[in-house]
Design a protein around this ligand. Structure first.
Ligand code: AMP
Ligand code: ZN
Length: 112
């Protein structure tokens, strides 16, 4: 998707503070963190949201979850963390390229 912010970050056209990268996924620090450690994990391929995950594209989502633990350790999250994906308007999704927020570095509260 030529007009997608996270596709551009994945392609290296917009800079990011990278934490992990391979041919399928990228993890980078959130520009506006809401926890002491806050990074995002995205597939390089454009998938709009959790709502658009299907039989054809779900392997990369499984792969993200396979990798999140080791990326979290790399980021210093040794005492737990939270993974969130906002999907659509009611969840407040602002970037329509699926991403998983990984939050930690303190004891997190739980409210919506
Ligand atoms: P969401 O609101 O779930 O769609 O999350 C989008 C996230 O992307 C927000 O937490 C933003 O702070 C973050 N974000 C937006 N632009 C950038 C950027 N250029 N680099 C890193 N994070 C970004
Ligand atoms: Zn995209």
């Amino acid at each position: 998707m030529s007009d997608c912010l996270f596709c551009k970050i994945a392609a290296g056209e917009i800079p990011s503070k990278k934490l992990y990268e391979d041919d399928k996924i990228l993890a980078f620090y959130d520009i506006s963190p809401i926890a002491p450690v806050h990074f995002l994990v995205i597939p390089k391929e454009h998938i709009q949201s959790v709502d658009m995950v299907n039989e054809e594209n779900s392997a990369v989502i499984a792969y993200i979850f396979q990798k999140i633990g080791e990326i979290a350790k790399e980021a210093g999250l040794t005492n737990g963390y939270r993974v969130i994906s906002n999907c659509g308007a009611d969840a407040g999704q602002t970037v329509p390229h699926i991403h998983f927020h990984v939050l930690g570095g303190k004891e997190l509260n739980w409210q919506v």
